[in-house]
Design a binder for this molecule. Structure first.
Ligand SMILES: NC(=O)c1ccc[n+]([C@@H]2O[C@H](COP(=O)([O-])OP(=O)(O)OC[C@H]3O[C@@H](n4cnc5c(N)ncnc54)[C@H](OP(=O)(O)O)[C@@H]3O)[C@@H](O)[C@H]2O)c1
Length: 317
């Protein structure tokens, strides 16, 4: 369908009631899950800071075994020693730069070969860039880290997860997907035809992740595997550290002052990964732990299928 036609199609689908729900949900606290998760395995990408860090601690506090996929060895060592000393559980890590296709494939292969079940797989690693950057594979960086890495991992891991007959995949998405109000431009994923902006590229990558969730959800019907996405709240983390001094100054002096603690994100990610209340729920978007309808471009089945094929091609799967 033509780009203009798509845009008008989405405009017609927007509902004020959804925006009001989002505003209302943004004020809610996450539901709490008090059950333990002893010796269950949770894999978390990007656990060295912010939301991933607090989530690893939350699962560890309930007895889970932690396996992180991080890019920094020193931070990973520090995190695992801290978790093991404090909670007496096993914590290990795999090093991978999730902007690099070779690393993504290697680590996915390693995850596929784990002999025990992966009970919860949390895709959390992410970045926010104010300036366009391409990866060594020639793909826009935010798109790869925020979306393509989770796509490849899910795609390859699917057989293992299905064979377990029980697993939950959770993708840390964002209300920021709404920044891509016009939808995903599959003909310009590298932002060569349009002016790049941090909010737009971030929104597009998050829309892509929500679209992929729709298709993955079809592939896992009646398998015991679930896949959901969530907004982790507006929380104070290290996000955006790669950007210039003006952005960092603005973040420190304005944005950070309005943000909550990432402990609420961890609480929500624990609930979505463990609570029996959401055991059979799949293919949904949550604002923390409240189910919410995403923006119309994130529900476009036609684009979801096109993106699926394009992702397979881009990733060389
Ligand atoms: N903070 C918010 O308010 C908010 C709101 C909505 C959604 N989110 C989402 O929440 C997720 C976590 O973000 P955060 O706010 O917690 O930010 P953060 O503190 O910057 O944490 C990001 C994590 O991702 C890792 N990471 C970044 N690039 C990577 C790469 N190329 N390979 C492997 N790991 C990489 C970072 O590793 P290093 O420690 O090595 O940098 C870090 O562990 C992101 O997906 C973000 O979009 C956050």
């Amino acid at each position: 369908m033509k780009k203009k036609k798509k845009f008008f199609q989405y405009v017609k689908q927007y509902k004020w009631s959804n925006i009001f729900s989002m505003v209302r949900n943004n004020r809610l606290s996450p539901k709490i899950c008090k059950e333990d998760f002893t010796e269950k395995l949770v894999v978390i990408t990007g656990a060295t800071s912010g939301i991933g860090y607090y989530t690893a601690r939350k699962y560890a506090a309930h007895g889970a075994t932690i396996l992180c996929v991080n890019r920094n060895i020193q931070k990973s060592e520090k995190l695992c020693r801290e978790i093991e000393n404090e909670f007496g559980v096993k914590c290990s890590y795999k090093i991978a730069d999730l902007s690099n296709l070779k690393d993504i494939y290697r680590v996915t292969d390693e995850l596929s070969n784990i002999k025990t079940p992966i009970d919860v797989m949390i895709h959390n690693a992410g970045i926010y860039l104010t300036k366009r950057e391409l990866t060594s594979d020639g793909i826009e960086k935010v798109f790869v880290i925020q979306y393509l890495s989770s796509f490849i991992i899910n795609f390859i891991l699917l057989d293992k997860l299905k064979s377990q007959e029980k697993a939950r995949v959770i993708m840390v998405n964002s209300e920021g997907h709404r920044f891509a109000a016009w939808g995903l431009r599959l003909d310009d994923l590298n932002w060569e035809k349009r002016r790049y902006s941090g909010l737009k590229s971030y929104g597009s990558a998050k829309i892509a992740q929500l679209l992929s969730m729709m298709v993955f959800n079809e592939h896992i019907q009646n398998t015991g595997v679930t896949i959901n996405s969530m907004h982790p709240g507006a929380v104070k983390t290290d996000t955006g550290q790669e950007n210039g001094p003006v952005y960092l100054w603005f973040k420190r002096n304005f944005i950070d002052k309005t943000l909550k603690s990432p402990e609420i994100s961890a609480e929500a990610l624990y609930y979505l990964g463990v609570s029996k209340e959401v055991e059979a729920v799949s293919g949904k978007f949550f604002n923390l732990t409240t189910e919410e309808e995403p923006a119309p471009p994130a529900l476009d089945k036609e684009v979801a299928v096109e993106l699926w094929n394009k992702s397979i091609e881009l990733a060389g799967l």
